[in-house]
Design a binder for this molecule. Structure first.
Ligand code: IMP
Ligand code: MG
Length: 187
């Protein structure tokens, strides 16, 4: 069961601290700013999990750039439903643009694999992936992030945008929940 007033009561351990995230995002942001200089990149955030990562990363980009968002969902609870639901598409054309997809986590790769096919067919000049987290042990599709902040073990994580049943997105770190949070929820 989710603690009604204190999220920290549900946390088993902090996997990546707020400080570690800030430092790494600054590094990757500097790299992106260098790699996309003069390319007028479009940073596409995948809602909703990307929100804290997107905001932090955007502030580390020192070159002119544009922003857009897509809303896709593929998960319910801790299990993949195996298919994507597109809830919001991009506001603009990406034909001829240098596009960087920002995503919270690359796990099975199903979401980004399907998304890459769709966006590639729209004719961008280039299309790359930047994720906060990479969980390589979960991979079911051949896909890798071009930019990744942290590689994590095959555990379900929450915080810094990542949710469990839409909760814990507001934690300022990436952590693991106590088993009882899931057990009680499943009866
Ligand atoms: P994939 O399609 O399996 O790569 O998963 C992508 C999506 O699944 C992410 O954007 C997340 O919303 C969700 N997801 C995967 N692993 C986790 C996790 O450990 N915690 C929370 N959400 C996750
Ligand atoms: Mg999610």
């Amino acid at each position: 069961m989710i603690h009604p007033t204190d999220m920290m009561q549900d946390i088993e351990k902090v996997l990546i601290s707020q400080e570690e995230i800030s430092q790494k995002v600054a590094q990757v942001g500097a790299q992106l700013s260098q790699d996309y200089k003069g390319k007028n990149p479009l940073f596409v955030g995948i809602l909703k999990g990307v929100v804290p990562f997107y905001a932090a990363m955007l502030q580390q980009i020192t070159i002119p750039c544009q922003t857009d968002f897509m809303c896709i969902s593929s998960y319910s609870g801790t299990q993949s439903t195996g298919h994507l639901a597109f809830r919001k598409d991009l506001d603009q054309s990406i034909a001829g643009r240098h596009v960087v997809i920002l995503e919270d986590i690359l796990d099975s790769g199903t979401t980004l694999y399907e998304l890459m096919q769709i966006l590639q067919s729209r004719g961008p000049a280039s299309l790359k992936i930047c994720t906060l987290l990479d969980k390589p042990t979960g991979r079911k599709k051949t896909i890798e992030a071009d930019y990744c902040c942290f590689t994590i073990p095959g555990e379900f994580v929450v915080g810094y945008g990542l949710d469990y049943n839409e909760y814990y997105r507001n934690l300022p770190f990436v952590g693991v929940l106590k088993p009882q949070v899931y057990q009680d929820a499943n009866g």
